[in-house]
Structures are given as structure tokens and as C-alpha cells.
Write a protein that binds this ligand. Sequence first.
Ligand code: PLP
Length: 445
Amino acid sequence: MTVQPNSIEARDAAYHMHSYTNARVLEAEGPLIIEEGDGIYVTDNSGKRYIEGMSGLWSVAVGFGEDRLAKVANDQMRKLPYYHTFAQRSHTPSAELAEKLIQMAPVAMSKVYFTNSGSEANDTMVKLLWYRSNALGKPEKKKIISRIKGYHGITVASGSLTGLPYNHMSFDLPIPQVMHAGCPHYSAFAQDGESEADFVARLARELDELIQAEGPDTIAGFIGEPVMGAGGVIVPPEGYWKAIQDVLKKYDILLIADEVICGFGRTGQMFGSQTMGIEPDIMVLSKQLSSSYIPFSALMMNDRTYQPIADETARIGTFGHGFTGSGHPVGAAVSLENLKIIEENDLVGNAARMSPLFLDRLNRLAAHDLAKEMRGIGLIGALELHPQGDATGKAGPALVNACMERGLILRPLGDSVAFCPPLIITEDQVNQMFDIVDEAIASLS
Ligand code: PLP
């Protein structure tokens, strides 16, 4: 790609440092500028249209260009564009959204705390666990177990919870309070001759051993995505979550379900915790909560999590935590309307109805010579390719580039390619998307 002088690409490359980008390549090649979006499609500044097969970053559930969200944001901006939720202040949108989320929760939850991103929510979650342990007179109970390949964000604490090398390298992470248990990816991590049931039993046993070795009284929580997203779309084997929960219950360790990707329909039910049979103490929500029309996130916690924290705020005199944007009225209003759209249009049902076709087309791709395996559930999936030669991490980008040329945006995750289309996708559009991938993969052989 050559960058025209003074073009928007050249100005972006000159002044804008990007996330998840090789800065030197960006400086040389410039970015892709996306101008607009409509339904499952986005259009770049040359007028080329793409299917957004990743819903942006796993997030635009209702599709692009949803007028109802634009209207609600506009109305709220005119009425009350900002107010905070510090020091006993609130406003109608955040009060109503908190009530709505508690009603929607798949297990009994007591309170909602609002934040602005998945990372901030997980960072806040870590602080809540520490605060709670101190409140309970257990100052040693501060460690948190996450998993290899889990993704929980990029702040100092949430980036530590993340179990992926790029999020730690040169950042001096993880912090010492975080440790990583095994990843439930059977085909990648099973030992020779190990059945799925044996694999699950071993992961549970290893978790138990890790807890024993660290000291059960030092572990505050265990966090996991019901289905891992950025780590490669890893659907755990049957029985995995039950086995993990049995271990955690033995030691009175809180379970945190990171629903940032799975929440609000992605797995074909409202929450991934329902699909996977998880009974969390804390749920972390973002992305499809507002369809990412505006940065917004939330934590939901049950009573046994909340009560000691509330007592501690009374003892100290305040809860010394809060973001200027916590429960932002525009974000809350947009999120409420977004949840209404998801419910009124039965987008969770649509995800469940589209899923068999989606998974079948993914499965057919897995028969290709270049493919190693497919993984998926609901409307989230991945195709893993064989590494190109001995270079891992090149096969995914090669397929993603071939799809881009043909008008489909997907996301490479090492040698895997992720699929996560908006929940509004139709049968024809699922077929369109996979027809492009069929052609793209054939072009690589
Ligand atoms: N948790 C999960 C499961 C995620 O997938 C992500 C982002 O992809 C995050 C947390 C972090 O969210 P954010 O990028 O909004 O900080």
C-alpha cells in the first residue's frame, strides 16, 4: 500500500499511535480508514464495502447504523449529557440500567457497578476482591487465578489476568498476585491418549494442586471467559466448568465470569454462563452491552461478594474508587436501548437459529487441506490453519488478507481466524460470508 502525501492515511500514520499494531509497519503503510457502517457491512474511504465478520471487536450485536441508538444518544445528550455517580448522585438511565441488568442476570445478583471498558471492569473487579478480603479480615487472600490464553484486558491488573504473551512482553506483567491455570483447549493441550473426560479431570486436579501449593487461604478468585475469545475461540469440553466450580467451592474461592464477549447472546443464550452451566459470583459485562456504540461496561456481583464490601465502605466512610465516566448517562441510555433492541428483535434467538448453518459452514471449511480444526458455538467460531512451513502465526493473517481483498473482515489470532458476526446476520449473509472464505482459502492453496 502506498500512502498519498497529506491523505488521511498519511496524517493518521504521522500522528496516531495505534493499539495492537506494529508501529513501524503502520508508519510505512498507513491504516485502513473505515468511513461508515450499515447493518453487517462497513465501507472504507475508497468506497469498498466489507462484511464485518467480527462485529468490529466482537461487539456490534445490533449491527452498524442503528438509528434507535443514535436517537437515544442524541436525546440523552440534550437532556443530561453528563453527570457522575459519586457521593450519592445518580440519574435515571444508570438507575434503570442497573435494575434491568439485575433482572436479566442468570443467577441471583445484588448490585451493578459501572465502568467504561472491559479492562476497567476487570481492574475494578481485582480491587473489589482485595477490598473484600481486607474487609473480611483476610489480608492474605489476594491472589487471583486466571488461565493461559484467557483475555481480560490490558490495564496493569487486567493485563496480568490475560494469559497471552503479547500482553505481558516488555510490559513487566503479570503482577505477582496473578497466576495462570491450564487452558481447556483439548486438541492443543491433551496428553497422548488422554480422553476429553480425562483431560477435564486433569485440569481440575491441576487447579486443585495449584490452590494447595499457593495456600487455599491466599486465593480470592478465579476468572474465566465461559468460551475463550481472543485466545482463539476455545470452547471448553463437556464437564469442564462443573469440574472447575467443584474445586472452587471446596476452597471458598469466588468465581468471576468474564462475559465481555459471550454476554448478550453470542453463544445462543443471553449469557455464556447459561450455555456453560456457570454460577458466577461476579459477572463482567461490556461490548454487546452497548453494542460498543459508546464505551461502557459493568460488573454484577452477588450478595456474598457485595455485603463485606458495603460494610468496609461504612467502616472507612466511603468507597474510594470511581471513574469520572462510571455509569455515564449517555452510555447507560444507549445500553438500555440496545438491550431493548436485542430483546424486541429476539437477536439471541436469531443467534441460536443461525448457529447450525454458521457452524456447518465452518465445519466444511475445516475439511480444507490448509485447515487443522474448527471451533465454535452460537455465533462465535474460529478456523485454525496448519502453520505455514515452521512459522507459526502467519497462516491466520494470510487468510484474513485474502478475505479482505474479497470484501470480508475477519480477525487473525495466530494461526486461527476468528468469526463473530453481528447477531442480526441473516441466513443469506452467513452464506455470503463463508462463500468469500471458501474462495479466499482456495486462492491460498
Ligand atoms: N474481557 C474480554 C473477554 C475481552 O474479550 C476483552 C476485550 O476484547 C476485555 C475483557 C477487555 O475489554 P476492553 O478492550 O474494553 O478493555
